[in-house]
Ligand binder design. Sequence first.
Ligand SMILES: Cc1cc2nc3c(=O)[nH]c(=O)nc-3n(C[C@H](O)[C@H](O)[C@H](O)COP(=O)(O)OP(=O)(O)OC[C@H]3O[C@@H](n4cnc5c(N)ncnc54)[C@H](O)[C@@H]3O)c2cc1C
Length: 394
Amino acid sequence: MTFEPTRAAGLARLAEFVPRAGRPYAAERNTDRGPGDRSNVSTLSPWVRNRLVTEREVVEAVLQRHSLDAASKFVQEVYWRTYWKGWLELRPSVWAHYTAAIEPAHAALTSEDRVTYEAAIAGRTGIEGFDDWARELVELGYLHNHARMWFASIWIFTLRLPWQLGADFFLRHLLDGDPASNTLSWRWVAGLQTVGKTYLATTQNIEFATEGRFSPRGLATVAPAVDDDAPLPVPGPAPQAAAVPPGRVALLLHDDDLHAESLDLSGAEVVAVASPAATSRDGSAAPVAEFVAAALADGRERAGTHYGAEASVLDGLTASAILPWMHAHDVRQLVTPYAPVGPVRDRLDALERALAPEGVTLTRVLRPWDALAWPHATRGFFPFREQIPALLQY
Ligand SMILES: Cc1cc2nc3c(=O)[nH]c(=O)nc-3n(C[C@H](O)[C@H](O)[C@H](O)COP(=O)(O)OP(=O)(O)OC[C@H]3O[C@@H](n4cnc5c(N)ncnc54)[C@H](O)[C@@H]3O)c2cc1C
């Protein structure tokens, strides 16, 4: 299984998967047959993560072939991603709290814990399955959803390591590593997301769902919720769509959205396109950095062709990289796809502050998919799920 970082490769994977997105997916998706057979899931997440292929395209392709009834499980899974993004968007402090906890969690490891941590990330704990998933993650940058759940559960409740360090390990190695889906899934396993409800991986479940490939012994038999002194924040307001400025604009692409062709930029004249050369995901493992760099190049080239504008490579999402490029094109208005909570957002916030004194505006273009769905992420996934038929109408 390989992940080629181009939109064309993502669309090919989607086309290949669509026939299986109905009842076979619903019935078989929970089985992890190993990296040699991923035919029961889509493996689309690395492309969707960077929006080389959008959620909307994925869902539309599936619903052209299947009824919503037949494909409801798959459509709901895609909306899990949207839900997590919306949940974090309404509660950005959860991301800030997590990122601030990583270094202290490292520093607080006892020497014994440190040995366990090093063994866990190297796949040397002696726990069947867990070690295989650690190596699979590092080598392939992808894990089946259930392997992610089992790994996180064993990390927290059997190895008793801080969940933040496990989430960080995932985020650095997953090609689809996503601030919302990753952080909130780890929190969910730890019992922080649905307060008090944890996820306990059991030998029987792993044996059953891996079709006997793994039968780990000595797993924790209880999963007490992890303590966290920060209460769940009250959801804040959802972002509102900003009007795209009319006239000449420069289009800035980034890790979080690389399908500029489907952004609604009506009224604007795109005179230049650019994206950074490298990912904004600091600390990414080399395969992730390479995947995102190539995805950024793919998105930039397509956008340049689509808008008939020169496509440039920038040395980062900073004012010092962006202003000379904008001056060269004699443009004062910058537009960019909306970046949800995460490292790109942090850079755009700093960029906007640095551009303001220069008289350059930054407009973030929010997609209708997100604008409509995120306001519903105020509670759990089940009330959110009720909105899916209405969300699909727009
Ligand atoms: C501890 C843990 C960490 C995770 N970290 C990430 C992460 O960093 N990035 C990420 O994209 N997903 C993450 N997930 C969610 C999920 O495991 C992956 O999205 C899924 O396995 C991707 O494989 P697929 O494309 O074959 O999924 P499919 O089963 O084919 O699903 C189709 C699409 O739906 C979305 N999706 C499916 N399940 C979920 C889910 N539970 N949550 C959110 N979106 C989902 C993905 O975009 C996926 O591509 C995590 C789950 C756990 C338990």
